[in-house]
Design a protein around this ligand. Structure first.
Ligand SMILES: [Zn+2]
Ligand SMILES: [Zn+2]
Length: 161
């Protein structure tokens, strides 16, 4: 938990913190991984803003070929914090309890929300053959040889007219 009392009583104008997440397996798809977050919280005459970033490095399977690889990302970490809600939309704010909030929970929630739900080892990953299951990045099987190339279909149409 992070205590913001100094920020609220005016004895500090900003507070910084860092969080290290040593096991990211709670993130969808992630087998393992780590993340480190750094942020600064400032009090703008009552409006408390948190701004920072998370560097994440996780091991995930490719959605096409299933090979595990390392995915890294830098994710913005931002939040609005308040002591108590008046009429504001509750979802937008972190509400302090005893001047404190759970900064680790904020980092974990941000990772879950902001990391993609599927990953590709490479934009051009050819994936696995749907028939024989071989990794088409590594070798070419003969399953799809008889399927026509769409470029030839255009020519066939042209000649049949
Ligand atoms: Zn792949
Ligand atoms: Zn095949």
């Amino acid at each position: 938990m992070l205590n913001l009392k100094k920020l609220l009583d005016g004895s500090a104008s900003s507070l910084s913190f860092s969080v290290n997440v040593t096991d990211c397996s709670f993130v969808d798809e992630a087998k393992s991984g780590t993340a480190c977050a750094e942020a600064v919280i400032t009090n703008h005459s009552g409006l408390i803003l948190l701004e920072g970033k998370i560097n994440a490095s996780i091991t995930v399977p490719c959605a096409r070929c299933d090979k595990e690889f390392n995915y890294t990302a830098t994710i913005p970490l931002t939040a609005k914090i308040t002591e108590s809600l008046a009429n504001e939309d509750e979802d937008e704010y972190i509400i302090l309890q005893d001047y404190s909030f759970d900064e680790e929970d904020l980092v974990r929630t941000t990772l879950i929300l902001e990391l993609p739900s599927r990953y590709l080892c490479n934009e051009d990953c050819k994936g696995l053959c749907p028939k024989c299951g071989c990794d088409l990045n590594v070798k070419e099987c003969s399953c799809n040889q008889k399927e026509s190339d769409p470029r030839w279909d255009v020519l066939k149409d042209f000649f049949s007219e």
